[in-house]
Design a protein around this ligand. Structure first.
Ligand code: UD1
Ligand code: PEP
Length: 422
C-alpha cells in the first residue's frame, strides 16, 4: 500500500486548479440510466470512486468511455441488460445506491445490494427507500439486496423527508423525472451538487423547479434525451486547498473556486484571521500576520458548514491561539482523525459529537494512519505545518476524493511525495 511523505515548514505560494466535484459526478453518472441517448460529462475528476461508478454502470450494460485523460466521460445506456447492482461493487462505495431510482424509473424493476455501514457512521438508506415508496415503488429486502418493482411505472407523489439527506434527495429526484404526474420533495437537500444534478436533468428534458431550496417540484415526462454537462467545481477539494496557505502561510489562488460554494466555511476562515478574495480566476487565500484565532464550528447541511471539511478545519485549529469547539452533527463517528492528530502533538478532547481543540504552537511530524477520505487529507495538511516528517499510510482513502494531490501541493511549494508500496 502506498503512503505519503510530507516534510513540514515553509510558506505555500502559487495556484492550484480545482477539479470537478466527486459528489456531483457520482450522481450525474447514474443519471445516464434514465435515457437511452448518450450523456457526456465534462470536467470530471480523475478519482478511484469515478472508476468504481464506471465499473458499476458497465456491469449493468451501460457503455462508459473515458476521454481526455478521464476529464470527459461519454456514457450510453442504450442497452441496459442487467438490473442487479452486485454487492461486490456496491460495498466499495455507498454512492452505488444512486442507480436504484434511475433503473426503477426507466424499466420498472431493479435489484441493488444494500451498501452497509462505513467508518464515519451507520449511514442507513431508509430515507431513499421510503421516498421511492412514496412514488409507488414496491420494495422487498432479501439476502442483503433491495428488490424494487414498479410494474405500472412510478407515479408522482409527495416526499416529506424527516431529515435532510443528499443521496436520498438525488435518488428520488432522478426517479421523479420519469414518474407519471407531479412529485413534491419537502425538506430536500440544497447542496450545489443537487442543483448541478437538476441542471443536467433539465438539459436532458426533465421539468424541475425549486432545486437549491427545501422544496423541489418535478413534473414527470415520458422520456429523457441525451445531453452534455460540465461537472460543478468540487467545493470540498476547494475548501481543503484553501486551508493549505491558511495552515502554512503564504498566498494561494484556487482556480475555479467561487465564494457561493464555500460561504459558511469562509465565514469561519475570516473569524480565524484568514483572508479570502474572489478574483476573476477563482479565490485567493492568504494568512494574515501571526497566529490564527480559535473558532467554533458546527457541521450542518448546506448552506451550513460542511461535514466533509470538518477534519481539515480541525487540522487548522490545532495551532490556533485559544480553544475551539467542533460539533459534528451529520455523522456519529467522524472524529477518527483526532487520535492521529494527537500523535502529532495536538491537544484534542473528544466527547460524543463534540471535539475541543486547544491550539499548540507547533505540531510535530509523526507516522499516522488515514481512516477515511477527509481524515487522510487533514493529516496531510497537519503534516505541511508540522516540524519534521509525517508519513500518512492507507492513502487509498485519499485516492477516492483527491486527484494529483502530490502534484497540486508541490506546485505551490510543499515538500510532499508518494511512496510506493508501503
Ligand atoms: C457521494 C456523496 O454525495 N456523499 C456525500 C453525501 O453523502 P450521503 O448522501 O450518504 O449523506 P446524507 O446526506 O444522506 O446523510 C446525512 C445523514 O442522514 C442519515 N441518513 C441518510 C440517508 C438515509 O436513508 N437515512 C439516514 O439516516 C445519514 O446517516 C447521515 O447521518 O452527503 C454527505 C453529507 O453532506 C457528505 O458527507 C458525503 O460526502
Ligand atoms: C463521506 C464522503 O464520501 P462518501 O459519501 O462517498 O462516503 C466524502 O466525500 O467525504
Amino acid at each position: 500500500m502506498d503512503s505519503i511523505l510530507v516534510s513540514g515548514g515553509g510558506e505555500l505560494n502559487g495556484q492550484i486548479p480545482i477539479a470537478g466535484a466527486k459528489n456531483a459526478c457520482l450522481t450525474l453518472m447514474p443519471a445516464t440510466l434514465l435515457s437511452e441517448e448518450p450523456l457526456t460529462l465534462t470536467n470530471a475528476p480523475r478519482l478511484s470512486d469515478i472508476k468504481t461508478m464506471t465499473e458499476l454502470l458497465q456491469s449493468l450494460g451501460a457503455e462508459v468511455t473515458s476521454l481526455q485523460d478521464g476529464q470527459v466521460l461519454a456514457m450510453s445506456s442504450h442497452d441496459i441488460n442487467n438490473h442487479t447492482a452486485d454487492y461486490d461493487i456496491v460495498r466499495k462505495m455507498r454512492a452505488s445506491i444512486l442507480v436504484l431510482g434511475p433503473m426503477l424509473a426507466r424499466d420498472g424493476h431493479a435489484v441493488v445490494s444494500l451498501p452497509g455501514g462505513c467508518a464515519i457512521g451507520a449511514r442507513p438508506v431508509d430515507l431513499h427507500l421510503k421516498a421511492l415508496e412514496a412514488l409507488g415503488a414496491e420494495l422487498e429486502l432479501k439476502d442483503g439486496y433491495v428488490h424494487a418493482k414498479a410494474p405500472g411505472g412510478l407515479k408522482g407523489g409527495t416526499v416529506d423527508f424527516p431529515l435532510v439527506s443528499v443521496g436520498a434527495t438525488e435518488n428520488v429526484l432522478m426517479a421523479a423525472t420519469l414518474a407519471k404526474g407531479t412529485t413534491v420533495i419537502n425538506n430536500a437537500a440544497r447542496e450545489p451538487e443537487i442543483v448541478d444534478l437538476a441542471d443536467c436533468l433539465r438539459k436532458m428534458g426533465a421539468q424541475i423547479d425549486g432545486d437549491g431550496t427545501s422544496t423541489i417540484t418535478v413534473q414527470g415526462v415520458d422520456r429523457l434525451h441525451g445531453a452534455t454537462h460540465p461537472v460543478v467545481t468540487d467545493r470540498i477539494e476547494l475548501g481543503t486547498y484553501m486551508l493549505a496557505p491558511a495552515i502554512c502561510g503564504g498566498e494561494v489562488e484556487l482556480l475555479g473556486g467561487r465564494l457561493n460554494l464555500v460561504g459558511a466555511f469562509c465565514e469561519k476562515l475570516d473569524a480565524a484571521g484568514i483572508s479570502v478574495e474572489e478574483t476573476d480566476k477563482g479565490l485567493k487565500v492568504a494568512r494574515r500576520n501571526g497566529r490564527i484565532s480559535a473558532v467554533d464550528v458546527v457541521t450542518e447541511p448546506f448552506p451550513g458548514f460542511p461535514t466533509d471539511l470538518q477534519a481539515q478545519m480541525m487540522a487548522l485549529l490545532c495551532t490556533a491561539n485559544g480553544t475551539s469547539v467542533l460539533e459534528e452533527k451529520i455523522f456519529e463517528n467522524r472524529f477518527m482523525h483526532a487520535p492521529e492528530l494527537i500523535r502529532m502533538g495536538a491537544q484534542i478532547d473528544v466527547h460524543g459529537g463534540t471535539a475541543t481543540v486547544t491550539g499548540v504552537d507547533r505540531l510535530k511530524g509523526a507516522p499516522v494512519m488515514a481512516t477515511d477520505l477527509r481524515a487522510s487529507v487533514s493529516l496531510i495538511l497537519a503534516g505541511l505545518a508540522a516540524e519534521g516528517e509525517t508519513v500518512v499510510s492507507r492513502v487509498y482513502h485519499l485516492d477516492r476524493g483527491y486527484e494529483h494531490v502530490v502534484g497540486k501541493l508541490s506546485g505551490v511549494g510543499a515538500k510532499i511525495e508518494r511512496i510506493k508500496g508501503q
